[in-house]
Design a protein. Structure first.
Length: 252
């Protein structure tokens, strides 16, 4: 009887765990859909504001198709992310890195033309480095530190700040030096000495909170795209740091 009770309890726990995982994936999908809807609504704001004097009914007609399209895009993206996680993460990172660098250039010099080479290189960093690296990194971290307890979340966040953050920052700096035609080992070392620690220290006010939210709420497939959305803002800052004047290497 005791063995039968133990077996039933194990089955009950397995069913609960399965339901919890299914619920977590549904929540993750809804979060990503909500983000896409919010972005689409922001993009539609100019067209809505132009018709501010129109009756409320016309506003509803303008807003509803946009929301429906955004909801469909969010659902399709979530399905693509689950069925083809690596291509989805790479493409997302490439597009967002390109957009963030273009935004950084507009903020730096509003009247100047975009440096298309710099935008393309930033996109390549996201497509070929951040996307695959994030895919592999989070698989590794989630296998090394399982669970969603407070200590587990803090451990995952710390690992990201110690290893993954410096790696991606160094890659970004190297890509910026290559874009300007000044990528040498001496210049790269000087760039790291000048800007790596200030960049990482600045990131301590942003990434730990983002990582904690991602590890606590999202499933493995949805963590990198969520971080891609957050990194849009961070990549603008990183583009500023990477495009700063080349440090003086005459002192060694």
């Amino acid at each position: 009887a005791h063995q039968l009770e133990h077996t039933n309890m194990s089955r009950h726990m397995a069913v609960c765990l399965c339901c919890w995982r299914r619920r977590r994936r549904q929540v993750s999908s809804r979060i990503m859909t909500a983000v896409v809807v919010a972005i689409a609504c922001l993009a539609c704001r100019p067209s809505i504001s132009l018709q501010a004097a129109a009756p409320k009914k016309s506003l509803a007609l303008v807003a509803l198709p946009g929301a429906a399209v955004a909801r469909w895009c969010g659902t399709a993206y979530g399905r693509f992310l689950v069925t083809h996680p690596l291509p989805a993460k790479c493409l997302t990172a490439g597009l967002l890195f390109s957009g963030a660098d273009a935004a950084a250039q507009r903020i730096e010099k509003r009247d100047a033309n975009l440096d298309s080479k710099r935008v393309a290189v930033s996109g390549a960093v996201g497509l070929f480095f951040f996307g695959p690296s994030a895919h592999a990194w989070f698989k590794l971290v989630l296998s090394l530190v399982p669970g969603n307890g407070l200590l587990s979340i803090l451990a995952k966040t710390t690992l990201g700040q110690v290893f993954f953050g410096p790696y991606m920052t160094a890659i970004f700096f190297a890509a910026a030096l290559w874009t300007s035609g000044s990528l040498t080992w001496k210049n790269f070392r000087a760039k790291l000495r000048a800007d790596l620690w200030p960049t990482l220290l600045a990131g301590l006010g942003f990434w730990p909170l983002v990582d904690c939210i991602a590890f606590a709420v999202l499933s493995e497939d949805f963590i990198p795209p969520f971080l891609n959305l957050c990194s849009f803002v961070w990549t603008i800052f990183l583009s500023f740091q990477a495009s700063r004047a080349k440090p003086d290497t005459s002192r060694g």
